[in-house]
Design a binder for this molecule. Structure first.
Ligand code: AMP
Ligand code: ZN
Length: 113
């Protein structure tokens, strides 16, 4: 499968891994937009939020728990942080394997661009 993040999971593409559990892998974004910018992905390929259904509820819940653990581990919990999932072209999704951006280490404006 020509999926970049599946290739990272399979260690065919290098990444700076910061967290791993049975269901999720987290690694540093190659083009960080904040002092901390980590991507958390499910180990099972899921292309996008618009594909999700009831059967995926547990996997998505585990993904969010993993993102929370990453934020704690990165020292973001005290000041706060942002979790982002881009879905589809208008949101700027470029990799079609669901990923949660964990962003922190600076003030984050709202609304996003
Ligand atoms: P999105 O635009 O929401 O689909 O996010 C994809 C993210 O993947 C972007 O922030 C990219 O900088 C990041 N990215 C692309 N290739 C890699 C890579 N090889 N390792 C780590 N992050 C990557
Ligand atoms: Zn994939």
């Amino acid at each position: 499968m020509a999926c970049l993040f599946c290739n990272i999971l399979e260690k065919k593409v290098p990444a700076t891994v910061v967290y791993e559990d049975e269901h999720a892998l987290a690694f540093r974004d190659i083009r960080p937009v904040a002092p901390t910018h980590v991507l958390v992905i499910p180990k099972k390929h899921l292309a996008a939020v618009h594909d999700l259904d009831d059967v995926h509820a547990e996997a998505v819940g585990r993904l969010l728990v993993a993102a929370r653990r990453v934020a704690d581990q990165e020292g973001l919990t005290k000041d706060g942080y942002r979790l982002v999932i881009n879905d589809g072209d208008a949101a700027g999704q470029t990799v079609h394997h669901i990923h949660v951006h964990v962003l922190g280490g600076r003030s984050l404006s709202w609304p996003p661009g």
